[in-house]
Design a protein. Structure first.
Length: 230
C-alpha cells in the first residue's frame, strides 16, 4: 500500500527532500507491521529496501559461535536501518528484532539510493551514521571484554548516557532497555542483570521511573573507573 508524502516527511532523513522527490517515492513505499520478538530483517540476504521505523523499537542482534544472542544497538521510532546493505548490495550483517509491536516503512533501495546520493547533505548523513555505528560496536567490544558483571553493566550504561542529550549529573535515559534486552547487549543472564540493578539502586546509582532510568553519572563513573583499574 502506498503511503502519503506527509508520512515520509516525518522521518528526519527524508524531511529535507523536495516535494518532487517525495512525490516520486511515496507511491513506491509500503508499510509492514511486526509483533513482539518478530524478525524484521534477517542476517544474510541483501536487503532490497531502506527501512524506516514508524512505530516501536527494534534491537539489532547477532549470535556468538556458542549460539548466544548478543545485542548490538537499538533502532528507535523515526530512525532508519538496513542502510549498509542498501548502499553496497551485500549481505545484511545482523538480525533486527522487534522489542514490541512495530510498524516499518519500506522504500525500494534501487529508487531511494540515487535520491540520497545525489544530495550531498544526505550522503554525508549516511556516512556519519555508518562511522557512528562502527565506533559504537568498537565500544561494545570493550564492554564485553570486562570480566566483572557489575563493571560490564556500568560500562554499558556509560555508552547509553553518551548518546543521551544533556550534560547534568542526573541523566534521564528515556525508554531504557529491559533487563532482558540489556542482558543480550552485555552477554549476561537476565537474572544477573536484575541482581546488579538491585545493587546499583541500593547504592543510589540509578532509579527506575517507569520505562526510564535516572542515573547518577558521577557515582556510575566512579564504579566504572574501579572496573578499569582491575
Amino acid at each position: 500500500m502506498a503511503v502519503h508524502i506527509l508520512l515520509l516527511q516525518q522521518f528526519p532523513l527524508l524531511k529535507t527532500l523536495s516535494a518532487e522527490a517525495l512525490a516520486h517515492l511515496a507511491p513506491l513505499a509500503s508499510v509492514r507491521e511486526f509483533s513482539k520478538r518478530e524478525t524484521v530483517l534477517t542476517k544474510g540476504p541483501p536487503v532490497p529496501f531502506l527501512c524506516f521505523l514508524l512505530e516501536g523499537r527494534l534491537q539489532a542482534v547477532d549470535f556468538t559461535v556458542e549460539g548466544r544472542e548478543v545485542g548490538l544497538y537499538f533502532v528507535d521510532q523515526g530512525d532508519y536501518f538496513g542502510e549498509l546493505s542498501m548502499i553496497d548490495g551485500e549481505a545484511q550483517p545482523e538480525f533486527l528484532i522487534a522489542t514490541g509491536r512495530a510498524q516499518v516503512v519500506l522504500l525500494p533501495g534501487a529508487e531511494i539510493r540515487p535520491v540520497l546520493f545525489s544530495n550531498p547533505q544526505l550522503a554525508e548523513t549516511l556516512t556519519r551514521r555508518l562511522a557512528q555505528r562502527v565506533r559504537h560496536q568498537l565500544n561494545q567490544r570493550q564492554v564485553l571484554g570486562l570480566s566483572n558483571p557489575l563493571h560490564r553493566i556500568c560500562a554499558q550504561l556509560q555508552i547509553m548516557i553518551a548518546t543521551t542529550p544533556g550534560n547534568t549529573p542526573q541523566v534521564n535515559i528515556i525508554r531504557a532497555p529491559t533487563h532482558q534486552e540489556l542482558a543480550i547487549m552485555v552477554n549476561l543472564t537476565r537474572e544477573t542483570v536484575t541482581r546488579t540493578f538491585q545493587v546499583l539502586q541500593s547504592q543510589g546509582v540509578l532509579v527506575r521511573q517507569g520505562d526510564n532510568l535516572v542515573v547518577d553519572k558521577p557515582k556510575l563513573d566512579q564504579l566504572a573507573a574501579h572496573g578499569e583499574e582491575k
